[in-house]
Design a protein around this ligand. Structure first.
Ligand code: M6R
Length: 357
């Protein structure tokens, strides 16, 4: 798992390789197998997946809606396969999967295809069932992911979804300079992730302080809400600690009742247009005696005064933050699991690919 976490600067780069069209300030994909006319007529997108891939889909929803202004729904594949949502010729369904073998994701893809839609996938494993059955798709090129806890596949999925959002956006509302700006920011991400990995020792120290806790809350807003969900999932699956992820403002609708001295709240709070709102969410937790671990941007002195522990990450555009902020949460889960004597690569009750229903 640690090796795969540390591979991310390269795997993110690989997800972008050959897919940048500088002249047109857009992305390009070799295998979508859809005509420009089909792509232009899309008025609704459904992203379907399970687990970590579903969390990547949530980031994709925000990205595609922001850049392409196309309404997106993110459906658990296990639900979509048995539902009967309205789908028409203008709906585009993408199955997101690392392994390409997840039974529910495969069944959801087949169900949509039965209803006449092209089956599209965002997949890592070349030659997997989903990759073979899809009419078109985008490979992650992340290399084999062995650790049961998905790490590098998540950041590759988010990278590909960013490119997809740009691609669809450039066919609609995104201007040439805005496309160029996004491409420039994206090109800098591998370096930013490399810099983020330098927080490993600091994360280990934080893990030493909290590894005996029995409950954790993970909180973030907007692009960092799916990151909070993903951080909680990582901790649960490899350290067997109960963890829940929420949009930070949902705290006051119930979960805040869980806050006490033994329940740390991990706030993903990099700079952004609702940063002050997240700060007040932190204050609410502090007022109730809950320890706060913050994932914040370098140079944020204010947060250091408020949180019990801070892990700093480089400052990037809000829509690219998940690529950076997810990394310390992967490391936190890893170190806590190691300190608890858990086998991080082979967690109990879990398989790398869930090929049964
Ligand atoms: O191979 P897939 O992406 O389709 O797998 C989906 C989930 O089973 C997977 O992401 C699972 O949640 C991971 N163990 C999370 O770390």
């Amino acid at each position: 798992m640690l090796k795969e976490i540390f591979e991310q600067p390269r795997t993110i780069e690989n997800a972008m390789r050959g897919r940048i069209d500088q002249d047109e300030a857009t992305a390009k994909f070799g295998g979508l197998n859809l005509s420009v006319q089909q792509l232009r007529s899309v008025d609704r997108i459904v992203l379907t997946a399970c687990g970590t891939s579903w969390h990547a889909g949530l980031v994709g929803e925000y990205l595609i809606e922001e850049f392409a202004r196309i309404p997106v729904e993110v459906e658990y594949a296990s639900e979509l396969r048995y539902r009967n949502p309205p789908l028409n010729d203008h709906t585009m369904v993408f199955s997101i999967t690392q392994s390409g073998e997840t039974a529910d994701t495969l069944a959801a893809m087949r169900e949509c295809r039965r209803k006449g839609l092209p089956s599209l996938s965002i997949c890592n494993v070349v030659g997997s069932t989903i990759a073979r059955e899809a009419d078109g798709g985008i490979y992650l090129h992340a290399g084999p992911e062995i650790g049961v806890a998905s790490t590098k596949a998540f950041t590759s999925q988010v990278t590909v979804l960013t490119l997809l959002a740009l691609y669809l956006g450039r066919m609609r509302h995104v201007s040439y300079p805005s496309g160029q700006r996004l491409l420039r920011q994206l090109a800098a991400i591998p370096e930013k992730v490399e810099a983020t990995l330098a927080c490993n020792a600091a994360v280990e120290e934080v893990a030493k302080k909290y590894f005996t806790c029995r409950n954790f809350l993970y909180l973030g807003r907007l692009y960092n809400f799916p990151v909070a969900l993903e951080g909680a999932l990582k901790l649960k699956e490899i350290s067997y600690i109960h963890a829940e992820g929420y949009p930070a403002a949902e705290m006051k609708h119930g979960p805040i009742a869980l806050v006490d001295e033994q329940t740390p709240s991990v706030f993903v709070v990099p700079r952004g247009h609702i940063y002050p709102k997240v700060i007040s969410n932190i204050e609410e937790v502090k007022a109730r005696g809950g320890p706060v671990i913050a994932i914040a941007c370098e140079g944020d002195d204010k947060i250091a005064e408020l949180a019990d522990d801070v892990i700093f990450v480089p400052d990037v555009e809000e829509y690219l933050q998940p690529l950076v902020t997810s990394v310390p949460l992967q490391l936190l889960a890893y170190h806590i699991a190691v300190l608890r004597g858990c086998d991080v690569d082979r967690p109990r009750n879990l398989a790398k690919s869930v090929t049964v229903e």
